[in-house]
Design a protein around this ligand. Sequence first.
Ligand SMILES: C[S@@+](CC[C@H](N)C(=O)[O-])C[C@H]1O[C@@H](n2cnc3c(N)ncnc32)[C@H](O)[C@@H]1O
Length: 267
Amino acid sequence: MNNYVHGYSERESKRLQDQANTLDELLHHDSVFPAGSKILEAGCGVGSQTKIIAPKNPSCRFTSIDISGESLKKASYTIQSLKIKNVEFRIGDIFDLKLEAESFDHIFLCFVLEHLSMPVQALLDLKKVLRKGGTITVIEGDHGSAYFYPDSDAAQKAINCQVKLQAMHGGNALIGREIYPLLCRADFKDCTVSPRMVYVDSSKPFLVEGFTKNTFTAMIEGVREDALMNSLISEQEWNQGIKDLYRTAEDDGVFCYTFFKGTAIKG
Ligand SMILES: C[S@@+](CC[C@H](N)C(=O)[O-])C[C@H]1O[C@@H](n2cnc3c(N)ncnc32)[C@H](O)[C@@H]1O
């Protein structure tokens, strides 16, 4: 997938790991599946979520797929070094799954739909390998949910560059708010969406480092060249925007962002 907005660099691998480690409890305190379940994790990337949800569900068997062989190598290395035994990695495309129909009890995907130009089709293709009565869990962010103190037009413009670039690549950085309609459009039943807000101030230094700086601002910084090359913003305004995002990580700064976790059933 060469048009993937975040790319596959070492820096991005580290950012995905920081993101998952920081958001572990918020996103996954309830990522618990019935004992013995067979779970498909679609778009596992470097295994940042895998290494959290697989040990949480030790009696379940995970098949974790990704379209990127390079990411799978990293994921496999991480899982082996943590001595996690219930995960099998496979290269695979969500839109061309070489998996038996109705062979999984649960499907899990995190930060994947936001990069796909056909998210409903992805859900329909995934649904084919889910058994009737099985469930799907989808986690996504929504950059429209980012607000902070001190407020800054330049910071909002820098964030909007990421939103525009992701759209130019066929994705949607505002997809969190669409999880419910997307799951309904793919004809899943009993959809429930749970918003998960990250609230960060300097009384939570772990989140200041792990979320405001190393997850969110690092992600925006990662699109600098693309944003400037596409003339989405001037260099001066970009630099100010990034400076203002770091400013929210100072002693009196505040940063808020909401993730959305949806679950639904195949009727
Ligand atoms: C932002 S990463 C998220 C990785 C991981 N789920 C996480 O939360 O850290 C998105 C992943 O989706 C994968 N991906 C994109 N399109 C895909 C497709 N059609 N089939 C399988 N994986 C895909 C990418 O290769 C990338 O690893």
